[in-house]
Design a protein around this ligand. Structure first.
Ligand SMILES: [Zn+2]
Length: 136
């Protein structure tokens, strides 16, 4: 399993994280599953309504709108992005929410060291998802 992003999408996520630091940034990732890979074709930045440096939460109406739009455009929900001031791996709180979000891929950027990694929780088993960044 791999998560495919473009360098432009990655730059957008890094820029957003830097811009609102130390508040945690978040975004929704949409696209398609192709040959067992998650291919991101749309990144929707979500304001962190908590304005928190240690938690993130998106506005439910904005989340709903993003899902509606993706549905109209026949895009699938792939996962969530967020930045946090810890290593690029899920925190205890993240794990709790990962269980609620099913098999969504969680892309996490560490605001400490700039590392970025993706994870998925399937059948209570946490595993890293390979990141493939296409330079464009
Ligand atoms: Zn986190």
């Amino acid at each position: 399993m791999a998560l495919r992003l473009t360098s432009v999408q990655l730059r957008l996520l890094r820029d957003e994280s830097r811009k609102i630091h130390p508040i945690e940034a978040c975004a929704l990732l949409f696209g398609r599953r192709i040959d067992g890979e998650f291919v991101v074709t749309r990144v929707v930045i979500m304001p962190n309504v908590l304005e928190s440096c240690i938690r993130f939460e998106a506005d439910p109406q904005m989340v709903f709108n993003a899902f509606e739009q993706a549905d109209q455009d026949e895009l699938q929900f792939i996962g969530l992005f967020h930045s946090h001031p810890a290593p690029a791996s899920p925190s205890e709180v993240d794990l709790k929410y990962m269980r609620l979000w099913g098999e969504a891929v969680w892309l996490i950027l560490s605001s400490n060291d700039g590392n970025i990694a993706a994870f998925q929780l399937t059948d209570n088993d946490l595993h890293e998802v390979a990141l493939k960044v296409e330079a464009i």
